[in-house]
Design a protein around this ligand. Sequence first.
Ligand code: GSH
Length: 219
Amino acid sequence: MAEAEQLLLLDLLPSPFAARVRIALAEKGLNYESREEDLSNKSSLLLKMNPVHKQIPVLIHNGRPICESMVIVQYIDEVWNHKSPLLPSDPYRRAHARFWADYIDKKIYPIGRMLWASKGEVKEASKKDLIECFKILEGELGDKPYFGGERFGYIDLALIPFYSFFYTFETLGNFSVVVEFPKLVDWAQRCLLKESVSKSLCDQRNVYETILGIRKQLG
Ligand code: GSH
């Protein structure tokens, strides 16, 4: 990275969205400063840099903010395109990768959140929905080592942070991801062999403790 480049990440360890950005930065071998946010007392910098959503992650590159995890990942991939391409170069395959990243965004976090934040029938319905999503994702993965083929890429990066939530989903949803989705677990283990991934993900127990804390607040 050139001397003048400054990268600051408004971060939060258990956040799957922030983990995406940490992985992308690590894939590109970029040095950056991580600033952990307290979401119950958001910093004035976060409010200034992301006034629309007021959410992390925000990447501040030479003083200019980029918001929304997958927008940030695409920005990183475009600016530092000399190393570890994340999106494929072929337009059709790019569209395909964006489709699946969008599917993950629309399904996994909202349904997963519904599972851990609710009780009774709502929880059971979201558990069924989440299992259905994992089935669809496992079908898309097929026998490929990674979602895009032979190399770790954009779709893998969008999904792998949710591996940190598997223990929470299993414990609160009372099902076994390993038993029901062995291919997905093998894929996750393969991703974790990469240092860019293993060093960026939050420990599953840590996420579980965080979620239990949020559940208490929800009452
Ligand atoms: N769509 C956003 C992205 O992909 O970056 C989601 C980011 C998000 O939900 N961030 C959460 C947050 O900042 C932390 S995991 N929540 C604080 C709030 O909504 O007030």
